[in-house]
Ligand binder design. Structure first.
Ligand SMILES: Nc1ncnc2c1ncn2[C@@H]1O[C@H](COP(=O)(O)OP(=O)(O)OP(=O)(O)O)[C@@H](O)[C@H]1O
Length: 315
């Protein structure tokens, strides 16, 4: 990854609506060529954040720079290098798909050829269809095409695959991977963990307007308390306290004869060694890795329980 100045730099971004703070000191930077994910629960402030990056909203405070430009003050220059597919972007209902592609291409000095773009997004047989007659998924694909038509250096994709069926979603992931291979930097807002895990180099988890964590997908998963889950039935009774005493073990639960242990990837070895010392065989042994879903829940729940604890102590 290039070690130059980040292409996108967001520092201490704050934004309120009617006195309610929805983005509360968000900072992150995105390197050129990265796919950077923004993940978070509903209402966390993700869209507001990327709208500030795209110059569509004016921050209350903090700074946003895209290739050194201020997206609000230098809006025209920024919009030449940044393409945005934003949530619920609407076009004139009567515009034909082909007209929309031609119109958007005309806004840029060096647009992409819209024909192969339309083909890659499966829009070729819809070129003479009016926008209002497109399905939700087709509208979504058109808005992705419009975000890419200016051959942008950065593309901002908000809820990129919401409303797409699984096949179209996977085709869109391939397209994003292709776009990145061509050197385009991608800022991606998503609710889909599988999407974030597959596509993103790094992810900022945003919760209640703040960055709760910023790491690679595997780094986030590694932070999860139970990133590895081991379950088995011991060949003879084993005191769960012996397992819980291992420093590599996070939690131990037993249901009937079956034991379930959480920990990290080093836990498996520690548990197997303990079993060997006790001459116990593990029947129906299963080891599963946590997913980004688990990490996401852990990270956002942690903040909720911290908030509850604090509230409890204050009361
Ligand atoms: N124009 C607006 N005026 C008033 N409140 C707004 C406006 N836009 C967003 N909000 C509120 O700000 C909060 C953050 O919204 P935002 O869309 O940034 O969150 P989000 O993380 O993208 O949510 P989602 O995942 O549901 O799209 C929400 O409570 C939302 O209702």
């Amino acid at each position: 990854m290039p070690q130059n100045t980040p292409l996108i730099e967001v520092t201490g971004l704050r934004k309120s609506y009617s006195g309610r703070t929805v983005v509360d000191g968000v900072s992150f930077s995105v390197e050129e060529g990265e796919i950077f994910g923004i993940l978070g629960p509903n209402g966390a402030g993700k869209t507001t954040t990327v709208e500030c990056v795209s110059g569509l909203r004016v921050p209350d405070s903090g700074t946003v720079r895209v290739a050194g430009l201020d997206p609000v003050a230098d809006h025209e220059q920024t919009s030449r290098l940044l393409g945005a597919q934003l949530q619920e972007s609407e076009l004139q209902p009567k515009i034909l798909v082909r007209e929309a592609l031609e119109l958007y291409a005309s806004f840029y000095p060096n647009p992409a050829d819209w024909r192969p773009l339309a083909e890659r997004l499966g829009l070729n047989d819809k070129l003479t269809t009016r926008f209002a007659k497109l399905s939700g998924g087709q509208k979504q694909r058109l808005s992705i095409a419009l975000a890419l038509i200016g051959n942008p250096r950065v593309v901002v994709l908000d809820e990129l695959t919401t409303g797409l069926d699984p096949r179209a979603r996977r085709a869109t992931w391939k397209l994003i991977e292709d776009v990145r291979r061509q050197g385009v930097t991608v800022l991606l807002v998503t609710h889909f963990m599988e999407e974030a895990q597959r596509l993103c180099d790094r992810i900022a988890v945003i919760d209640k307007g703040r960055v709760a964590a910023l790491d690679s997908p595997s780094g986030l998963i590694g932070r999860s308390a139970g990133s590895t889950v081991i379950s088995f039935t011991p060949s003879r009774p084993l005191d769960p306290a012996d397992l819980a005493a291992l420093p590599e073990v996070a939690t131990v639960e037993h249901r009937g004869e079956q034991l379930t242990i959480t920990g990290t990837d080093v836990t498996v070895n520690a548990v197997v060694t303990l079993l060997a010392q006790h001459r116990i065989t593990a029947h129906q042994l299963r080891v599963t890795d946590a997913t980004l879903d688990d990490a996401f829940l852990d990270l956002t729940e942690e903040r909720e329980s911290t908030a509850t604890d604090t509230a409890g102590k204050a009361a």
